[in-house]
Design a protein around this ligand. Structure first.
Ligand SMILES: Oc1cc(-c2ccc(F)cc2)cc2cccnc12
Ligand SMILES: [Mg+2]
Length: 216
């Protein structure tokens, strides 16, 4: 049976990247996806915005929604302080398995836990089953119609604290209109938009940063 695009991305990383070197894995994926096959990694341009916000936040506990091949998990994990950890949720089992291998090649697997399943099922388990108290940083990069309901679910599960940072990819392309409507007119969030481009393309895209101000 033909290999999937994601398997071909793993092959190129496994063959070309320097083991244990996260930057080398990121560069390898960016080169392949800009030259050979487009794929929905956050990419190098929006990746720099992600880097800056992670560094400013310096989070201890990070949740990512949408692992895909692990590109943004590696991007985030490489910046985390020693005891910090990243939990990343992926519902596609093939993506989860490929991401696991790519994250191991990057050498950040000790900081990253991949949780296979649907975000709406796993988020309510984070406190008891995964010993999460509060989330310092959440990267939303899964299906766009889940951004708003999952944000509400995070609030309802008491996983956000004053200052928790949400960062959402693709709010222009493919777009997340319900999320933007929910988050921008919401007195519990302070929002900032970071204009950029769709990964590996000249198409406009943006990321939305929303800082949680507390339940009052
Ligand atoms: O960054 C992303 C990009 C796209 C995307 C798909 C088809 C296009 F023609 C353009 C963009 C989908 C995503 C789905 C989930 C998380 N991120 C995505
Ligand atoms: Mg995306």
């Amino acid at each position: 049976m033909d290999q999937s695009k994601e398997q071909r991305i793993l092959n190129t990383v496994s063959y070309n990247a320097i083991k244990g070197n996260p930057e080398s894995v990121l560069d390898c994926i960016d080169k392949y996806c800009s030259k050979s096959e487009w794929a929905m990694n956050v990419g190098d341009e929006k990746g720099l915005i992600l880097d800056k916000i992670v560094e400013e936040t310096n989070p201890s506990v990070v949740l990512e929604l949408g692992t895909y091949c692990g590109y943004s998990a590696i991007r985030i994990a490489r910046l985390l302080k020693p005891k910090a950890r990243l939990l990343t949720i992926e519902f596609n089992p093939e993506f989860a398995s490929i991401a696991k291998e790519i994250i191991e090649i990057a050498g950040v697997n000790d900081k990253v836990t991949i949780l296979e399943g649907h975000s709406e099922d796993i988020i309510p388990q984070l406190k008891k089953k995964y010993e999460v108290e509060k989330l310092d940083f959440v990267f939303l990069d899964h299906w766009k119609e889940r951004y708003a309901p999952d944000t509400i679910l995070l609030e309802e599960c008491g996983l956000l604290r004053k200052g928790s940072v949400l960062l959402a990819d693709n709010i222009i392309y493919p777009g997340a209109p319900e999320f933007i409507k929910y988050i921008r007119n919401n007195k519990h969030f302070e929002c900032t938009t970071f204009l950029s481009h769709l990964e590996y393309m000249k198409v406009e895209d943006a990321m939305e940063k929303a800082v949680y101000l507390g339940p009052e």
